[in-house]
Design a protein around this ligand. Structure first.
Ligand SMILES: Cc1cc2nc3c(=O)[nH]c(=O)nc-3n(C[C@H](O)[C@H](O)[C@H](O)COP(=O)(O)OP(=O)(O)OC[C@H]3O[C@@H](n4cnc5c(N)ncnc54)[C@H](O)[C@@H]3O)c2cc1C
Length: 373
């Protein structure tokens, strides 16, 4: 079976990996260098930030992130030499209004990652000695982890480029799909070249609305910009992830701390602005004042592929046979990435699925007057 995948972010790369490992031959296309868009820009928290604020469909797929990435890291590391560092730091959440709902959530859910405790100031200091004195309490999710997503992407790209079943086409923009008799047969590049395949996967992230016109169906996916900044502290300086008012600190093993993030609808703009950067900086210091003494070594912005309720579209597109979706992961595409790709592979190959697929089905695109105007 020959499969063409449009988009080499986490969604496309993981889909390529799942399919190639099952013996499919895969062509993967990206308009830029692979793994440089939202999936590079993200933070890599392996859970929705306040899980109770998200639809169960999002949490359900996110649960697969950590165990699947652990499994893939063990398999890929000996071949690529790249460890994508699943860092078990736990997370402290300081938003008082979320304490009760967070504790209730923990008591009604059973995965280790979903368990939390309410810490008093003394316990808080024992877990993380750098927290601002303004916080007397926090809820602590001790099992939450983050993945070093730029390395995850590097590892996937390196492994797939060595894979005998996979071909990469970078800096190749797909202009249209080749569709005849309500079935996809391949795709066409902007330079006119055509590639044929048995199945085509759309994993084009924030750019997915581009298919609306050809498919005559509104695809409600928009880019939502998120800005970040990066501190460099000594190795293992900050022991936990921290979260307050939707701003977070994500420590990496080598002392880098990823901080973000903002939310803005400004099209495909990926430039940073100093006001937003200042707001992020202020939010970081309000959690961990000592950060002020460390250098900021990088600033960037990425484009999240927003979708209604953040529930991704995974499955066969309505009315076009063999055309598949894996897009619209909004704020949670890294934690959902491994589970989403596994689900899509199972659907394409007609295998038993890890979750009930209907909730993610692109059939949703038929509803709610979403027909393209
Ligand atoms: C600041 C920020 C922080 C985040 N933090 C987290 C987090 O902590 N945890 C988490 O789970 N998620 C997080 N996310 C969300 C996550 O990064 C995204 O949901 C995820 O990366 C989406 O992956 P993707 O592969 O669908 O899209 P992308 O990574 O954007 O990849 C899509 C690819 O498709 C290509 N493409 C599009 N159209 C075409 C075309 N016509 N032809 C060829 N190629 C095309 C693009 O060039 C791009 O490379 C964050 C996002 C941002 C911006």
């Amino acid at each position: 079976m020959h499969i063409a995948i449009i988009g080499a972010g986490i969604s496309g790369l993981m889909t390529a990996l799942e399919l190639a490992e099952q013996g499919c031959s895969v062509d993967i296309f990206d308009q830029q260098q692979a793994g440089q868009a939202a999936s590079w820009a993200g933070g890599g928290i392996l859970s929705p930030m306040y899980p109770w604020r998200y639809a169960p469909e999002v949490n359900q797929l996110a649960q697969f992130g950590k165990p699947l990435y652990q499994m893939w890291n063990e398999k890929l590391y000996p071949i690529t030499g790249i460890d994508f560092q699943i860092h078990d730091t736990g997370m402290l959440i300081f938003d008082q209004d979320d304490f009760e709902v967070g504790l209730n959530y923990a008591s009604t859910h059973h995965e280790p990652m979903q368990q939390c405790d309410l810490l008093n100031r003394k316990q808080l200091e024992a877990v993380n000695p750098h927290i601002s004195e303004q916080f007397e309490q926090a809820i602590y999710f001790s099992q939450l982890s983050n993945v070093r997503n730029p390395r995850l992407l590097q590892s996937l790209i390196s492994y797939l480029k060595q894979h005998s079943k996979v071909r990469f086409f970078e800096h190749c923009s797909i202009e249209k799909l080749i569709i005849k008799n309500k079935k996809v047969h391949g795709l066409q590049l902007d330079d006119g070249r055509q590639f044929f395949a048995d199945h085509v996967v759309l994993s084009s992230g924030a750019w997915s609305k581009q298919w609306s016109k050809q498919l005559q169906r509104n695809i409600p996916v928009q880019p939502v910009q998120g800005q970040m900044l990066l501190f460099k502290t000594p190795e293992n300086w900050l022991p936990t992830m921290c979260m307050n008012q939707v701003m977070y600190l994500i420590p990496r093993q080598d002392g880098h701390i990823v901080c973000g993030s903002s939310m803005a609808e400004c099209g495909f703009n990926t430039s940073v602005d100093m006001q937003t950067q200042h707001n992020i900086f202020a939010a970081c210091l309000s959690m961990v004042p000592e950060l002020e003494k460390f250098p900021i070594v990088k600033r960037w912005a990425g484009l999240r592929p927003s979708s209604p309720q953040g529930i991704p579209y995974i499955g066969e597109m309505p009315n076009v046979k063999n055309l598949w979706a894996n897009f619209g992961h909004f704020r949670n595409g890294l934690c959902m990435g491994a589970g989403s790709a596994k689900l899509l592979r199972q659907l394409i190959l007609g295998q038993e699925t890890i979750v009930q697929a209907a909730a993610y089905s692109p059939e949703r695109l038929k509803q709610d007057n979403l027909v393209f105007q």
